[in-house]
Design a binder for this molecule. Structure first.
Ligand code: DAK
Length: 259
């Protein structure tokens, strides 16, 4: 598949997706969001992809939704545009494969929301995060009011959204918005190392763990526990569980077939 605004490269079992619209700091216009939608559909169906890394070309990860494009929307168009974007971000969040945002620079508005729709965030020490929407007279619209509060707590999310100020990668890691911070030079390498650590495990178990964690966040502890028990039980119907436990008992490395 070829895209105008996305570059893809497969390294072993990891797909690296580079968002590439550097003239606008990789701002998300409708065409780019449509490409993301199509790519996510493709990734979901491709079992040879175990994990996905999203990063940005140039000095920005994604500097938000495209302000020029948004500025001329009327109410109904704004609603349709927002609903489509929300759907794509939700699709990304619910991809079966683990996703890592390798945040190389500005992650603002829709860019911060894109990073938050990924499972894990690794940031360059040059990265800046923020939700500047209220400064543009709008609310965050791609899940920012929901995911930010879950990640960093209500008070900090309100501070970031109400003040519309940017925070550094160091602050982002201190409040739990990102998992770790690296130098720009080794950002992708760090993301690939983490992806490789994920890839070497049983992928059915990885994917079921993701489902259990995410479903558990939406429910009470009893229901969450029941979901976990169901996922745990499902693992015992796989060849991978039998192979991995047999290998452990024989002091061997397992060979996962993802069956
Ligand atoms: N949209 C369009 N163009 C952008 C852009 C953006 N978000 N961000 C940067 N650019 C363009 C600039 O206009 C400039 O273009 P030229 O003038 O060269 O043609 C080029 O990228 C380089 O930017 P700067 O010259 O400004 O670069 P600097 O290094 O000086 O500054 C900056 C970098 C990131 C601090 C600055 O560009 C900036 O403040 N950008 C805007 C950041 C921002 O406010 N982002 C949030 C957008 S709002 C919704 C769904 C989603 C959303 C809302 C609602 N619904 C469901 C209703 C999401 C909203 C947003 O994301």
């Amino acid at each position: 598949m070829t895209y105008e605004f996305l570059k893809t490269e497969k390294q072993e079992k990891t797909l690296i997706v580079t968002i590439s619209r550097p003239s606008a700091l990789n701002a998300l216009n409708l065409a780019l969001i449509k490409e993301l939608d199509a790519l996510i559909d493709h990734i979901k169906e491709d079992d040879s992809i175990y994990s996905v890394i999203f990063t940005g070309e140039g000095k920005s990860f994604v500097a938000g939704a495209d302000i020029g494009e948004m500025s001329v929307l009327n109410g109904m168009e704004g609603k349709a545009w927002g609903e489509f974007g929300l759907k794509v971000f939700r699709k990304l969040e619910t991809l079966p494969q683990p996703t890592i945002a390798a945040v190389n620079g500005f992650a603002l508005g829709g860019g911060c929301e894109l990073a938050m729709a990924c499972d894990i965030r690794i940031a360059s020490d040059k990265a800046k995060f923020g939700q500047p929407e209220v400064g543009l007279g709008i609310t965050p619209g791609f899940g920012g009011t929901q995911r930010l509060a879950k990640l960093v707590g209500v008070a900090k999310a309100k501070e970031i959204i109400f003040t519309a100020t940017m925070i550094t990668a160091a602050e982002a890691v201190s409040i739990g918005l990102v998992n770790k911070v690296t130098t720009p030079e080794i950002l992708l390498e760090e993301a690939l190392t983490m992806a490789a650590q994920i890839n070497r495990n049983g992928q059915i178990a990885v994917r079921l763990s993701k489902r259990a964690i995410d479903a558990g966040l939406e429910t009470d502890i009893e229901t969450g526990g029941a979901i976990e028990a169901a996922m745990f039980g499902l693992c015992f119907s796989t060849e991978d569980q039998k192979e991995a436990m047999r290998a452990f008992l024989n002091k061997e490395a397992p060979t996962f077939k993802n069956k």
